[in-house]
Ligand binder design. Structure first.
Ligand code: FAD
Ligand code: SF4
Length: 511
């Protein structure tokens, strides 16, 4: 008698798990097991994602499925418009397990608490094993130990440990160049006449064209411009984008990291977060590449260090914080801000040039760089008292690189200070003066950045003081804000009254 074949395992691969050696694939056998990949409405619709973001993820998924097939895997790929599409990942797993007679199901832990929780519920009645996602440089257990062992677990301390742990930019046990952090060299405003390299763009192939048509048909009312679509969608594309960045932009990345220039959305930024976040690039490889460029002498230390810090420092720290603090983190609202998100976050129709420029860029590219996110759209929302959860949902929807584990702490913690200082020691609040120094936006604005109050004054100027005045009970004791409150206290009473009145008048226009 021939022995019956063992039942195949079902290997679940999510849209941000497009790494050929991801944990769930490592436990499987291409000759026998089935890979499940599914485009489902529950994932596209929980916030109204940007059209380019949906197209990027679906096209990258379809290309990854092709790669797996070439490596002898059997892939059960469920397209969004397939008649049999069950609509959610958990129901697709149940369907595929029954259809293929799978005994065990393996998946790599999802990057969002919402989905991880859904999978844990499923595991109660199916033989589903959730494997650790080891594509990060610091695992959750190590981060948890570090986090709980400190009174003030700040990113800079974590970063130094990560430098030692990864041996990146180290000379023995000392940081290369004698300093851990070269950020003070990295805050140059844009010089007139400065030119910027173009990012690496990719032409859509037949698979991407099909996806673009699908997105056009299925998401006609979603935010964002779909075409031209030029993101890379394969491992090779992502590698080419990284090579391009290291060669043409990384040398100046550090100097102009915080600059903002109208008509130049990308400056010297890498544009790789979307590739890192779906698994097309590996964070360690990216850092090794940047360090090699420094050691070869083609990139200065302040640029290489600044770039590597973002990845082994901020990116890992943000992820660690997310898993330590969820699920309650999403509801933090230390200032009790309750105003709805102004409609212009979706239309760009506002007279504030800085917001108009950044929101239009978001609409067209599904991208703005860090300072635009932090100091323009984020800063305004915080000063205007917008509900942090509404701000979070906007960021999660509109950027191609937005996945909750990385977006939420950046938005709610770093940009809104809604976590009361867990992530940052003081709010990133700025008046028009900062935007005027770091950008060329104010020249085209209908408001005057030099005027502090009155109908033509830059609204950020009085909103800034109104924010600190309103939130004195929460922020007044912060030693890093002593100077801010001292300046406010020295202001003439009549000016304070005008600031409060102007802010009230302006905020009324938002609703
Ligand atoms: P570069 O400026 O060239 O930096 C290089 C890389 O460093 C990035 O690709 C990214 O992987 C990493 N990095 C830099 N800063 C951070 C950071 N603060 N947190 C995590 N990684 C970082 N990043 C996301 O990947 N997804 C998001 O949804 C996201 N939402 C954000 C929301 C707000 C309000 C803010 C202030 C920041 C957010 N960031 C997010 C962080 C950062 O803005 C983006 O990673 C960066 O702009 C991506 O563009 P880039 O690849 O050109 O990055
Ligand atoms: Fe923004 Fe104020 Fe400058 Fe206008 S003047 S672009 S509102 S900072």
């Amino acid at each position: 008698m021939t022995k019956p074949l063992p039942s195949p395992n079902l290997i679940v691969i999510l849209g941000d798990q497009l790494s050929p050696d991801i944990a769930a694939l490592r436990v499987g056998d291409p000759q026998q097991d089935i890979v499940l990949m599914a485009e489902v409405r529950s994932e596209t619709d929980y916030v109204p994602h940007h059209k380019k973001k949906i197209a990027f993820i679906f096209s990258a998924m379809r290309h990854f499925a092709e790669t797996l097939r070439q490596r002898s895997w059997t892939v059960d790929y469920v397209a969004l418009d397939a008649k049999s599409n069950c609509g959610s990942l958990t129901s697709e797993i149940e369907r595929a397990a029954a259809e293929h007679g799978c005994g065990r199901i393996y998946c790599t832990e999802p990057g969002e608490w919402r989905l991880r929780n859904a999978f844990e519920q499923l595991a109660k009645h199916m033989t589903l094993e959730i494997l650790e996602d080891d594509r990060f440089l610091c695992n959750q257990e190590d981060f948890g130990t570090w986090w709980k062992g400190r009174r003030q677990p700040r990113m800079e301390h974590f970063y130094r440990e990560m430098r030692r742990k990864t041996d990146l930019l180290m000379d023995g046990d000392k940081p290369v160049g004698g300093r851990w952090n070269f950020d003070s060299d990295n805050r140059k405003p844009p010089k007139p006449g400065l030119t910027f390299p173009e990012p690496q763009r990719f032409n859509p192939d037949a698979i991407t064209h099909n996806v673009l048509e699908l997105v056009d048909n299925c998401f006609p009312h979603n935010f964002g411009r779909l075409k031209p679509f030029w993101f890379g969608v394969t491992q090779q594309d992502a590698q080419a984008a990284l090579d391009h960045f290291v060669t043409v932009a990384l040398p100046d990345f550090g100097d102009y990291q915080d600059a903002m220039v109208q008509h130049s959305p990308f400056l010297f930024h890498a544009l790789i977060s979307l590739y890192l976040n779906v698994g097309l690039l590996d964070p360690r490889d990216v850092c090794v590449r940047a360090e090699a460029a420094y050691r070869e002498g083609s990139v200065p230390l302040n640029a290489a260090e600044g770039f590597i810090r973002q990845i082994i420092g901020w990116r890992e720290y943000i992820r660690g914080l997310y898993w330590q603090e969820m699920p309650s983190y999403v509801d933090r609202n230390i200032f009790c801000h309750t105003s709805p998100l102004p409609t212009f976050y979706w239309t760009g129709e506002t007279e504030l040039a800085c917001l108009n420029i950044c929101i239009k860029q978001t609409h067209d590219e599904a991208y703005t760089h860090h300072i635009q996110r932090l100091m323009v759209t984020g800063n305004f929302a915080m000063l205007a008292g917008i509900e942090p959860k509404a701000v979070h949902e906007w960021y999660l929807a509109v950027y191609a690189d937005a996945f909750e584990w990385v977006e939420l702490p950046n938005t709610l913690g770093m940009s809104q200070h809604a976590d009361g200082g867990l992530l940052g020691s003081k709010p990133y609040a700025a008046s028009g003066n900062y935007i005027n120094r770091m950008s060329d936006y104010c020249g085209s604005c209908r408001y005057n950045v030099k005027e502090k109050t009155g109908p033509n004054a830059c609204p950020l100027n009085y909103l800034y003081w109104d924010f600190f005045d309103r939130n004195r009970d929460t922020l007044g004791g912060n030693p890093r804000l002593t100077q801010v409150y001292r300046t406010w206290d020295r202001m003439e009473s009549i000016r304070k009254v005008t600031v409060r009145e102007d802010a009230k008048r302006f905020l009324r226009t938002l609703s």
